[in-house]
Design a protein around this ligand. Sequence first.
Ligand SMILES: Cc1ncc(COP(=O)(O)OP(=O)(O)O)c(N)n1
Ligand SMILES: Cc1nc(C(=O)O)sc1CCOP(=O)(O)O
Ligand SMILES: [Mg+2]
Length: 209
Amino acid sequence: MTSRIQGLYAITDPALTPDALLLPAAEAALHGGARLLQYRDKTATADQRRRRASQLRALCHQYDASFIVNDDPALAADVQADGVHIGQSDAEIALARQLLGPDRIIGVTCHSDLALARKAIAAGADYVAFGRFFASHTKPLAPPAEVSTLQSACQAFHVPVVAIGGVNADNAPQLIEAGAAAVAVIHALFGHSDPAEIEAAARQLSALF
Ligand SMILES: Cc1ncc(COP(=O)(O)OP(=O)(O)O)c(N)n1
Ligand SMILES: Cc1nc(C(=O)O)sc1CCOP(=O)(O)O
Ligand SMILES: [Mg+2]
């Protein structure tokens, strides 16, 4: 079976995409080839988050892409997302697994720490995320990571490794060359407001795989 964690991994951001444009923006990324899409929204109300997550899930499935919810395993379970992404200060992996069952995807932020990744995989993570590899508009203070660490992680672990942080079509090749199964991207996609530009950026990134 081909891995579901492969290729362009688009992540939404309400600071870049107004509510009314969320679906067209997400659809542009999917049309451009994104294989995973994460709903990352720390500002909307619970009702708004539930509605948007349900809509995005339906959209992703039209494109045969995986839909991931950031931070919130309960919401992911509620809308039957394909998975959840959790950080080191978010929910426990065991709780996420309990809520989501054995077949859903659980991704875990590991910064640039191989020991954190080892622990996450032992606890049941389906992918581990390393970053930030480059200067990030979205999260400028995320801890930095070296491409050499990514390479070590990709060699060491049997689960896919996702690379994040300031990724664009110019710098993504070195991450893919190092072994990243997927690159997670916010600003280089959703920093564009025109869906045609989002789609073009997604197409360029997707073509690298
Ligand atoms: C694919 C992917 N990788 C890393 C993150 C960051 O998660 P986290 O450290 O929990 O930070 P926030 O995104 O919640 O601000 C991610 N969301 N997705
Ligand atoms: C959400 C997030 N997490 C990171 C990490 O290093 O864990 S970097 C990051 C921001 C990614 O957005 P952009 O593509 O705009 O840099
Ligand atoms: Mg988080």
